[in-house]
Design a protein around this ligand. Structure first.
Ligand code: HEM
Length: 542
């Protein structure tokens, strides 16, 4: 091609981009926000260089209110949102009109295949309908003994370690690593009827591939990587799928992981499908068996394709283990920091244990677990204070108007209680900031205070989320389908551990950072290179 033609064409494309950006941004320019440090990178580099979840949001919210504007690459605008009414509108009232961002969709497609985390609109609704039977209340109740099995195994491992150690009374244990192994075993058994062997140190290859997928994520992406990812939103999804072949560390890891799971899942699904066809899977209660059964009885047109089916398995592994393990890790950390509450929780578990024994039972039922007010309050408080998914990205698929519960002042001094946005506006939802709003949770919103859940069960005027007015599990049509699963799992693990062990902060008092690695990951500030860790002093309860 003639060089002049190339220059003309490139200039034309750039000009079109600028005009589009100017027109699209004319409403958003009125929204206040921090000055952009660079035309090329906007705030993207600053945000990605953060060491602590929420550190920047805290400052920006103080200055600009519950909705503010940031710049991303190439001087494009993005809205940062923590306003409850805006969240309610985006997640609960707009159907599928706020779609997931291209980067999130592409990454989940690379890690899990074309499953529910990637799907949109009717495809998403179709997959979700077939998944629902695996998450009903009765189904979850039937998982209780399996949750308990892994929880008891974890407790047994710790006991062995404590009794054989040089100082038998107390040991420093990295609880986050152990909890991740425990939840991986749970998802293997409950999800697929497969023994993963994580707590036994004999990890099966599939589970190995997904182990620590989030925590191993490469932190601090380079500027070229950030610029490249920014452009993904302009690339049609079928073409974007070729990004997986970029020879970078992350894409290589994703590809090799998906290859391992594809082979394993195909065999497992074939086995389960044969059992369904032969009427032999009636007693199988694992989630994958339920899914295969639900899919077989679905109208052939809406059935999951083979690759969608395989993807569900990867989805359970990705979405269902590190999330719960990390939440449990923060739980034990807060208990170690608040010994009085830890004791109260233990007394409550003992009292209900005595009631269970009186009625001649040996184990807690779901109702017993739900009667443990302090255990539940502690868990809700941890889910609020340490949301594992600290932010969500959505993109408006039409021109829209976002209502606000707290009006903001624009750059022209006008006070507005709604914001018109053009189609394509990127919205970054700060789950972390919403979960700490003093207007909802009170003036001590930054503190661990489980009593707030005992004193006032419902908080806030504008209800969002799937439970307890929290955004931790997201909200609306694409909210976490596994939230009840993970709450029961956490209840079971917590009760097992709190009855038998006491948790304390080590004497050297390591500084724990909640590091933003896609999921909130605990790191020790003095030893960040060691990766995720939460060292606690663990001893047997006297
Ligand atoms: C504390 C534990 C957990 C937290 C905090 C959590 C959080 C979330 C969040 C925030 C989303 C929405 C993501 C988005 O919109 O981009 C989500 C989606 C999802 N989660 Fe969870 N999750 C947890 C545990 C689980 C478990 C145990 C499972 C399965 C066994 C699970 C399965 C899923 C699935 C399948 C989706 C996609 C739902 C859809 O698109 O319709 N999650 N989770």
């Amino acid at each position: 091609m003639e060089p002049l033609l190339v220059v003309l064409l490139s200039s034309g494309v750039l000009l079109a981009l600028f005009v589009r950006q100017y027109l699209a941004g004319r409403h958003l320019r009125k929204i206040r926000g921090p000055e952009s440090p660079s035309w090329l990178m906007g705030h993207t580099s600053v945000v990605n260089a953060q060491f602590e979840v929420g550190a920047l949001e805290r400052e920006w919210m103080k200055e600009y209110g519950l909705i503010w504007r940031l710049k991303t690459c190439f001087n494009e605008d993005t809205l940062q949102i923590a306003d409850p009414k805006a969240l309610q509108y985006i997640f609960h009232k707009s159907g599928y009109h706020f779609q997931k961002g291209a980067v999130a969709r592409q990454f989940t497609r690379e890690i899990t295949g074309p499953g529910i985390l990637f799907a949109q609109d009717q495809d998403h609704a179709r997959i979700r309908k077939i998944m629902n039977p695996a998450f009903t209340a009765s189904q979850l109740r039937s998982f209780l003994p399996l949750f308990r099995h892994s929880a008891q195994k974890l407790a047994q491992k710790w006991k062995e370690q404590l009794l054989t150690g040089t100082d038998a009374a107390t040991q420093r244990i990295n609880v986050s690593a152990w909890l991740a192994r425990c939840t991986l075993d749970v998802i293997g058994e409950v999800g697929f009827d497969v023994q993963c062997g994580a707590l036994d140190d004999s990890l099966n290859p599939v589970m190995h591939a997904y182990k620590n997928m989030f925590s191993d994520a490469i932190p601090f992406p380079s500027k070229p990587t950030l610029l490249f990812r920014h452009l993904w939103r302009y690339i049609p999804m079928p073409i974007l799928s070729f990004v997986q072949y970029v020879p970078s560390k992350e894409h290589i890891r994703f590809r090799s992981t998906l290859k391992v799971i594809n082979k394993f899942a195909k065999d497992l699904i074939n086995e389960k499908t044969e059992a369904v066809l032969a009427g032999k899977n009636e007693n199988k209660r694992d989630m994958m068996s339920i899914l295969v059964k639900a899919n077989a009885s679905e109208n052939p047109k809406s059935r999951l394709t083979d690759s969608e089916m395989i993807s569900q398995m990867a989805t359970f592994l990705l979405a269902g283990h590190e999330t719960t393990a990390n939440s449990m890790t923060w739980m034990l950390y807060e208990l170690a920091r608040h010994p009085d509450f830890q004791n109260k929780m233990r007394e409550e578990v003992r009292a209900i244990r005595a009631r269970v024994a009186e009625r001649g039972d040996s184990d807690f039922t779901v109702s017993d677990l739900d009667a443990m007010t302090h255990v539940l309050a502690g868990m809700k408080e941890v889910l609020r204070l340490h949301p594992i998914v600290y932010g969500l990205i959505r993109e408006a698929s039409r021109d829209d108007v976002i209502p606000l519960s707290t009006p903001v002042t624009t750059t022209t001094g006008e006070v507005v209680d709604e914001i018109p946005i053009p189609k394509g506006t990127a919205c970054q939802i700060s789950v972390w900031a919403y979960n700490r709003l003093p207007s909802i949770w009170g003036p001590d919103a930054d503190e661990f205070n489980p009593n707030r859940w005992i004193e006032h069960e419902k908080m806030g005027q504008t209800y969002v989320g799937v439970t307890s007015n929290l955004m931790t599990f997201s909200a609306g049509l694409q909210a976490c389908i596994g939230w009840r699963f993970s709450i029961i799992e956490m209840q079971v693990i917590l009760v097992e551990l709190i009855e038998q062990f006491e948790f304390k902060i080590p004497d050297d008092n390591p500084t724990i950072i909640s590091f933003p690695a896609g999921l909130t990951v605990p790191l020790v500030k003095e030893d960040m290179k060691a990766g995720p860790q939460m060292p606690l002093m663990v001893s047997l309860v006297q």
